[in-house]
Design a protein around this ligand. Structure first.
Ligand SMILES: [Zn+2]
Length: 293
């Protein structure tokens, strides 16, 4: 039920995306046991990551790391153009008081800190860009990253509604990017539309679809559809990958683990999956690491 749609202006100088992510943000809330505000913050970051990922080519990936001076400390998100995303919050149970009767995302993340964007574009070195947090509200921070680091004028809106019982009942967002040669008149019209429309949370709670949101954002700008895709929370971790991580600790660290604990339970921080290793399995990994090095 979560999906993303893409459109292009007829003049081919503005790309627009919108998505609904209610199901996957609720999945993330249940996996990580996030507080209401942490669900909103992580949900916005997951949605923002998917919107950014949708601009990449097949096989490429984007990762976002938000580090702030608030109680959540850090949010990590990874997304791909196939519509899958994973992410976590460093301190998922951290909570802050409401602000103007709304969940205070910037209060939870902090408005001082850094946003680091990693893009694996299939080149030798992954691309990395860092900007200061602008507001700690996520959407503005991502738009600021594009303006500062990639010199691409962008606007993003993200929203997550969390019920009093903690369940996520609405989540989604939109993303608009101006492509060269940009037309000032069109950019101003889009910005005007974005200022006038209700917040993403309100639009979704009114029952608006991603298509409806783009209709409102692009009012007065002719555009055509580039199609859509389903979205989901998915972590590609598996036992082999965890084994590689353990081997990479080195023989000495593994021996320490064997001596001190006699076994290991490794939890994937992105999806909370647990992987158990017996003493014998750890010894085999240590031997494998030695023969490889
Ligand atoms: Zn995982």
């Amino acid at each position: 039920m979560d999906y993303l749609v893409r459109v292009m202006s007829e003049a081919k100088n503005v790309v627009g995306l919108a998505c609904v992510t209610t199901g996957l943000v609720e999945d993330a809330h249940r996996l990580h046991g996030t507080s209401r505000t942490a669900s909103a913050a992580l949900g916005r970051a997951l949605t923002g990551g998917l919107l950014m990922g949708a601009l990449l080519k097949r096989g490429q990936r984007v990762a976002l790391k938000f580090e702030g001076n608030g109680p959540l400390k850090k949010i990590m998100v990874e997304a791909d153009p196939e519509g899958t995303v994973r992410g976590f919050v460093a301190l998922p149970q951290a909570e802050v008081p409401l602000r103007d009767e709304k969940l205070n995302v910037s209060g939870a993340l902090g408005n001082q800190g850094l946003l680091t964007v990693f893009k694996d574009l299939g080149l030798k070195e992954p691309y990395q860009g860092v900007v200061k947090l602008l507001t700690g509200e996520i959407a503005e921070d991502i738009a600021y990253y594009y303006a500062e680091s990639e010199q691409i004028p962008s606007a993003m809106g993200l929203g997550v509604f969390v019920n009093l019982d903690g369940r996520v009942s609405a989540a989604g967002g939109f993303f608009v990017q101006s492509l060269p040669p940009s037309e000032e008149k069109v950019v101003n019209l889009l910005l005007d539309n974005i200022r006038k429309i209700p917040t993403v949370t309100e639009l979704l709670r009114q029952g608006k679809t991603p298509e409806d949101i783009l209709t409102e954002v692009f009012a007065g700008v002719p555009y055509y559809s580039l199609g859509g895709r389903d979205l989901s929370f998915h972590c590609p971790c598996n036992r082999e990958r965890i084994e590689k991580v353990l081997i990479s600790l080195g023989a000495a660290e593994l021996q320490k683990l064997i001596d001190e604990q006699g076994q290991a339970e490794v939890t994937c921080e992105f999806c909370r999956s647990k992987y158990d290793f017996t003493k014998g399995e750890l010894e085999a990994l240590r031997a494998e690491g030695k023969s490889a090095s």
